[in-house]
Design a protein around this ligand. Structure first.
Ligand code: HEC
Length: 100
């Protein structure tokens, strides 16, 4: 019984942690990418659903982005996870988190 309880507590903690990562990626995307990619910004508005998940996963790794974003590796990893989870081919495509 005790073991089951510990397992359930651990499982709900991991669930919470995963949600935190999601929320973080979402906020980081708006803050970091959105600092340039917004209406009236330096670059055109972008959203996760602009590309398929596997395209987002390769985009920065292959140096496709035209300018240095200045975003740290750990923030970038959280953003890429968020973009992939809400990409065009995901279960929950996000087309308008940054309004056009
Ligand atoms: C320092 C400013 C800056 C930051 C920060 C930045 N970008 Fe960009 N990005 C640009 C510029 C400039 C271009 C090229 C001009 C354009 O496409 O509007 C560009 C182009 C792009 C393109 C190509 C546009 C297209 O139509 O295919 C994508 C995709 C992109 N950025 C994604 C991102 C993502 C995702 C982030 C955050 C991880 C990010 N950018 C952060 C400045 C920035």
């Amino acid at each position: 019984m005790k073991k089951i309880l510990i397992f359930l507590m651990a499982a709900s903690f991991i669930g919470l942690a995963a949600n935190e990562v999601m929320a973080g990626g979402n906020t980081l995307f708006i803050q970091k990418c959105g600092s340039c990619h917004k209406s009236g910004g330096k670059a055109e508005v972008i959203n996760p659903a602009d590309k398929a998940g596997r395209v987002w996963q390769k985009y920065f790794k292959r140096g496709r982005h035209p300018v240095d974003t200045g975003i740290s590796d750990s923030d970038m990893a959280a953003i890429i996870t968020y973009l992939t989870n809400h990409a065009a081919d995901s279960d929950q495509p996000e087309a308008a988190i940054i309004p056009k």
